[in-house]
Design a protein around this ligand. Sequence first.
Ligand SMILES: NC(=O)C1=CN([C@@H]2O[C@H](COP(=O)(O)OP(=O)(O)OC[C@H]3O[C@@H](n4cnc5c(N)ncnc54)[C@H](OP(=O)(O)O)[C@@H]3O)[C@@H](O)[C@H]2O)[C@@H](O)CC1
Ligand SMILES: Nc1ncnc2c1ncn2[C@@H]1O[C@H](COP(=O)(O)OP(=O)(O)O)[C@@H](O)[C@H]1O
Length: 293
Amino acid sequence: MGQADIAALLPPRFRQTHKYSAGHVLVIAGSRGMTGAALLAARAALRSGAGLVTLAAPQELADLIDVQIPEIMTLPLPSANGALTAGALKVLRPRLGDYDCILAGPGLSLRRQTKAFSKDLFQYIKNYRPGLRVVLDADALKILADLPRGRARMRLIATPHAGELGKMLRWSSAAVRRHPFIAAGKAAQKYNAVVVLKNADQTYIARDQQKYFLNINGNPGMATAGSGDVLAGITAGLWVSTRGMTALRAAVCAPYVHGLAGNLAAQVYSLDGLIAGDILVQIPAALKLLKGA
Ligand SMILES: NC(=O)C1=CN([C@@H]2O[C@H](COP(=O)(O)OP(=O)(O)OC[C@H]3O[C@@H](n4cnc5c(N)ncnc54)[C@H](OP(=O)(O)O)[C@@H]3O)[C@@H](O)[C@H]2O)[C@@H](O)CC1
Ligand SMILES: Nc1ncnc2c1ncn2[C@@H]1O[C@H](COP(=O)(O)OP(=O)(O)O)[C@@H](O)[C@H]1O
């Protein structure tokens, strides 16, 4: 899809928007050594239009995160060794109704206790919050892949790279790279999700095995740590903040906005010097180009 097609899917911000109507994203991400991934995803959601963003982080790291970005609220959750533990769900459960979208996974870690927490969370959302929008990326996808088939179906956008999608399908990452459309479609069917497969310079979007979209916007400077975390944040931010935004629309628009922001960033920082935070700061300019305001 071209720029005009994407622009048509992104209506202007409604005049009477208030921060709650623009949507509240809860980012569940980060562990010791990978707080950067959480911050990139949270900031990207905010820069993409979300009205409020709360970052649920391991309690041992929450104070550190709290001082980084004044606009982002933090929700400290039970943790050990810098990663979330199973007790985190008890704290989170009564608050889940406050959020319009959960973005989970970047830098989350694959510790045993964090996996137990995540599996319980997915199951809880499936049973008690089926309408909640969920974006899963990185470690959260590997944890989802461990669940018995179909056990935790949610209103889901999944944003895997080929390695992660391989785990979701029990395929090798090489097989995913060889057959990206088929892999994205099969995963969409298996997890009842919209799948955004990041395959370097091409991103494949599938809701089922019939209908696919391809994004080629972007540049090789974006092959840099954390740029996928930024994409996950854009996906959540667009999904909650834009009126009439379906999961499929958000999943089609987000990689385009991400690529456009990456192209603007490359003009300033070059293909070699580009870092994920540069993509992040160009999100507003990319949205302005698309929406005209
Ligand atoms: N600043 C921070 O805090 C950051 C924290 N981060 C956090 O790090 C955690 C680990 O995430 P990760 O993606 O870095 O590693 P991992 O999940 O082991 O997968 C890598 C393996 O998958 C494969 N592979 C196949 N295709 C691929 C492709 N297109 N792109 C990439 N990989 C591809 C390939 O294996 P191969 O196919 O060669 O066998 C490769 O060896 C996660 O929590 C993440 O959020 C990062 O976001 C960075 C910034
Ligand atoms: N050569 C490239 N051209 C365009 N985009 C790229 C290229 N390489 C990587 N990207 C983009 O960068 C992001 C990388 O995501 P991911 O592998 O999850 O990184 P990370 O885990 O470090 O955040 C994806 O959105 C991908 O499309």
